[in-house]
Design a protein around this ligand. Structure first.
Ligand code: AHR
Length: 496
């Protein structure tokens, strides 16, 4: 590898380390909020969860859905709790009590040092509900909706900056699913009204709900034709799973992800050219993760329960390797991917799990997310990589080495993130870092396990990182042996 200060891709927007909380399963009730829990604070928020979210350092959190938002009346979740209606929640077929709503969620995000990315309902509702919500949350006062907020105890506006124009509107499962033409028209008119209420907000228009949708990327082209001048970002969503137990292919999925991102960038740039626009559309990868472990179990759940254990994937070690690799894709495209949300954050396909009334623990995927969130801030550098490759059943020419580097000029630190995809052998890396004069090794963190299927439980954290990697820095070269199927974080810093 060659790593050079001059090979800068972009300043990294820290919002790529965002996440997502949906009114789904035990994400909100039993995850974020559990007033009877011994660790609950004065607002009913679990303090153990707050501490774990803070450890991940999550700058932005998408809310309140997801599929949920397409049937949600935001007015149900504000005002006196005893007056809030219980509703049939049709996306996940549960009962929504509305005990927690917009104001409480904003309060919670402050406690975890984050901010809200708010989605509006473009399924069952539209322009009116969306513009009223912006007025409720962001207008200072003196109008019906802003004064209602004040009467609910929130004198100051929440100033929510980032808003999603619906969720996965291309998906036939979505309540209020639309054709690209229908969505494009509704999205642009909603965007117009929302920006008239508050011109400082930023808007995310719905892209495809995955690259495997038959309508991808025509959906992007058609909808952007309507929304290009009003939207600031287009969304991407993608989940992977290892259903065939084909780990060699599974660990190569970031190649698919890179291809997805490149295609969306090309489509945006085509639209920029078509419209003779000066504006560049950026990307918000606002749902991504591994999701498949809980699929069968979820089919057995009865409907109309309150906060049932839905989408509770128990992640294993190989999932954590893929999650690390997906994060590297965001760094590779950090000139265009400005936001990303791991879906989700607590209990629902999540790095953090809780037991009702009991403890909280870290799933395997917690670690690569925490590492890249902590050490992946600054400037993404494009490494020149010469790696041996393999073919799997689904991919050809997969580099064994998946790597990205981040330079933090203020801290004078350089971090090499490196995944060895080989299932059989270690990999010796040799990196030229001569442009980093005087840099020495700080630590070489390794996440490894003999068993790809090892999981963490509340009782036992089988998969956790150690700092005993063997990286060495000498004469402007970093050398290290990366164990077979291992995730590595090699940190260098300037010593005076
Ligand atoms: O994150 C779980 C679900 O996945 C979301 O509700 C939806 O947007 C996506 O299909």
């Amino acid at each position: 590898m060659i790593i050079d200060k001059d090979y800068a891709i972009s300043e990294i927007d820290s919002r790529i380390y965002g996440s997502f909380i949906e009114h789904l399963g035990r994400a909100v009730y039993g995850g974020v909020y559990e007033p009877d829990h011994p660790q609950a604070d004065e607002n009913g928020f679990r303090k153990d969860v707050i501490e774990l979210v803070k450890e991940l350092d999550v700058p932005i959190i998408r809310y309140p859905g997801g599929n949920f938002v397409s049937g949600y009346n935001w007015e149900d979740g504000v005002g006196p709790k005893e007056l809030r209606p219980r509703r049939l929640e049709l996306a996940w077929r549960t009962i929504e009590t509305n005990e927690l709503g917009t104001n409480e969620f904003v309060e919670w995000t402050k406690k975890v040092n984050s901010e809200v990315m708010m989605a509006v309902n473009l399924g069952t509702r539209g322009i009116d509900a969306a513009r009223n919500l912006v007025e409720y949350t962001n207008h200072p006062g003196g109008t019906y909706w802003s004064d209602l907020r004040k009467s609910h105890g929130y004198e100051e506006p929440h100033k929510i900056k980032t808003w999603c124009l619906g969720n996965e509107m291309d998906g036939p499962w979505q309540i209020g699913h639309k054709t690209a033409q229908e969505y494009g028209r509704l999205a642009v008119e909603t965007a117009k009204a929302m920006k008239l209420v508050d011109s400082s907000i930023e808007l995310v228009t719905c892209g495809s709900s995955s690259s495997s949708m038959a309508t991808f990327p025509e959906w992007e082209a058609t909808t952007l034709d309507h929304t290009y001048e009003y939207a600031d970002y287009i969304s991407l969503h993608q989940y992977y799973g290892n259903r065939d137990n084909d780990s060699a292919s599974y660990l190569a999925n970031s190649l698919d992800m890179d291809h997805f991102i490149k295609t969306v960038i090309s489509t945006c740039d085509y639209m920029k050219a078509k419209k003779r626009s000066k504006k560049t559309m950026n990307l918000s990868f606002d749902e991504w993760n591994v999701w498949f472990h809980s699929n069968d179990q979820d089919k057995k759940l009865d409907p109309w329960l309150i906060a049932p254990p839905q989408l509770e994937d128990v992640y294993n070690f190989e999932d954590s390797l893929l999650v690390g690799s997906m994060l590297l894709s965001f760094l590779r495209f950090s000139d265009r991917v400005k936001m990303a949300c791991m879906a989700q954050l607590v209990n629902v396909i999540a790095p953090i799990m809780t037991k009702d009334g009991g403890g909280a623990w870290k799933q395997t995927i917690f670690y690569p997310y925490a590492h890249v969130s902590k050490y992946g801030r600054g400037i993404a550098l494009q490494p020149v990589v010469n790696s041996p490759k393999y073919d799997s059943t689904k991919f050809t020419d997969v580099p064994y080495l998946d790597t990205m580097t981040v330079y933090h000029p203020e801290n004078e630190e350089l971090t090499i993130f490196a995944l060895n995809r080989s299932l059989e052998e270690g990999l010796d890396i040799d990196c030229d870092v001569r442009s980093f004069v005087g840099y020495q090794l700080i630590e070489h963190i390794v996440l490894e396990h003999e068993n790809l299927k090892a999981v963490n439980t509340i009782e036992h954290e089988a998969v956790r990182p150690h700092s005993n990697g063997d990286a060495k820095v000498q004469d402007g070269r970093v050398t290290a042996r990366l164990g077979k199927h291992s995730w590595n974080v090699i940190r260098l810093g300037k010593r005076s």
